[in-house]
Design a protein around this ligand. Structure first.
Ligand code: CMP
Length: 139
């Protein structure tokens, strides 16, 4: 089915000027960038966005990292976009990510792993609505 998912080019990738290279990999995977903006997340944005992880030991570091520089938030559209995006990103830990994936190619470590992608249709809808209004998404 035609789906939309939410994606972030994380601060480690924007710092190394890799936004275009990440976007090229997304597009080559059949995903269309139907909304995109470069922002700096506030602490509240990051804490809200990663709320499900607030009890995890890495939560504070993760919030620090996600607010440490610009990110590019995106809405991606395509056939099975959620699974396709997760496939092209690769595993969370770049050491475990398949060759040719965004994280295997660019990620620095399990935290600074260059990309985020929604893990379900339900979360995609929540994440998209947090960062984008309907009129900013042009399919
Ligand atoms: P993401 O897919 O955005 O979801 C949660 C993020 O937490 C993950 O990518 C990483 O950036 C970060 N993270 C840091 N340490 C860990 C860990 N041990 N396990 C999972 N995620 C981690």
């Amino acid at each position: 089915a035609l789906e939309r998912t939410f994606s972030i080019v994380k601060p480690d990738a924007t710092r190394r000027n890799l936004t275009g290279k990440v976007n090229a990999m997304l597009e080559e995977a059949g995903l269309r960038i139907v909304a995109q903006k470069r922002i700096v997340m506030t602490r509240l944005d990051a804490e809200t966005f990663y709320g499900v992880h607030k009890e995890r030991p890495f939560f504070n570091d993760l919030v620090e990292f996600m607010t440490s520089g610009p990110v590019v938030v995106q809405v991606l559209e395509g056939e099975n976009a959620i699974a396709r995006n997760r496939e092209v990103m690769g595993a969370t830990n770049p050491a475990e990510a398949a060759e040719g994936t965004i994280r295997a190619t660019f990620a620095e470590n399990i935290e600074a792993n260059s990309a985020h992608g929604s893990d379900s249709a339900e979360n995609a809808a929540i994440e998209i609505a947090y960062f984008f209004s309907g009129s900013e998404i042009v399919g």
